[in-house]
Write a protein that binds this ligand. Structure first.
Ligand code: NAI
Length: 254
């Protein structure tokens, strides 16, 4: 449970990878971080990873609490945000980070693979943004940061569902930035390139090599590289920035 007066941040998909690094980058002493996770294939392993993130946050003298919440479920998302608001009365920062891939060439893509990716990546971002925006508008301040991807701008074969979801997140970012600006709420996106996480670890070596060949800085990024830009967008220094996309991709898109 957070203490009264603490800064409240919500991070989706905080158990591992980029989401965990974002929780750590936001972990300042006066902050409570709520994060969620969801993995029907390995619920216990995911809960263990989440407990590890909580421990790591506590080492930074912030506090964190987590639960399994599927961002694609309207009911689960609304319940998650109702609990947060009843405990804290406010949300200062929302980071929409949870995301999945179900890669396949267009002509072979199952409709379920399309729906799953759009539901988690895009609908999940919409559901969480809507829930957080209601309280942020009342507060007349707040930061929403959406994790897009460089491929949402440059495209990528074999990922039409994922690319469509990430391009749409950029559109959603721009529309909501204009809508919420009069209420003091900023909305920005971070578009990572090729980052070393579980999501990319499963890719075949030839696919990894093809990605790396497109990176002018010549190496994969780390989750902390992405988290640093998120922390900047959440900070006081970024108060005059809205509707922008920061590419953290080693120059993949210039
Ligand atoms: P990851 O696979 O390592 O972690 C995904 C996280 O999302 C986990 O915490 C998982 O529990 C959570 N999650 C998955 N489905 C969920 C659902 N339905 N509801 C709630 N939580 C769910 O992924 P990674 O690499 O850390 O990616 C994080 C974000 O960054 C994603 O949005 C991804 O698309 C994006 N990204 C990643 C890149 C990379 O190279 N790793 C590149 C560009 C964007």
């Amino acid at each position: 449970m957070p203490e009264k007066g603490q800064r409240t941040a919500v991070v989706t998909g905080g158990s591992r990878g980029i989401g965990r690094a974002i929780c750590l980058a936001l972990a300042m002493p006066d902050t409570h971080i709520y994060f969620n996770y969801f993995n029907p294939g390995d619920p216990e392993g995911e809960a263990e990873a989440a407990a590890e993130t909580e421990k790591m946050v506590a080492q930074s003298k912030a506090t964190a609490s987590s639960q399994s919440v599927n961002v694609a479920s309207e009911e689960e998302v609304n319940g998650f945000f109702d609990t947060i608001i009843s405990e804290t009365g406010r949300i200062d920062i929302l980071v929409n980070n949870a995301g999945i891939t179900r890669d396949s060439l267009l002509v072979r893509m199952k409709t379920k693979a399309w729906d799953d990716v759009i539901d988690v990546n895009l609908k999940g971002t919409f559901l969480c943004s809507r829930a957080a925006a209601k309280i942020m508008m009342k507060q007349r301040e707040g930061r929403i940061i959406n994790i897009a991807s460089v491929v949402g701008v440059i495209g990528n074969p074999g990922q039409s569902n994922y690319v469509a979801s990430k391009a749409a997140i950029i559109g959603l970012t721009k529309a909501t930035a204009k809508e919420l600006a009069p209420r003091g709420v900023t909305v920005n996106a971070v578009a990572p390139g090729f980052i070393e996480t579980d999501m990319t670890a499963v890719l075949p070596q030839n696919v990894k090599d093809a990605f790396l060949a497109q990176v002018p800085l010549g190496r994969a990024g780390k989750p902390a590289d992405v988290a640093a830009s998120v922390a900047f967008l959440a900070s006081e220094s970024a108060s005059y920035l809205t509707g922008q996309v920061i590419h953290v991709s080693g120059g993949m898109y210039i």
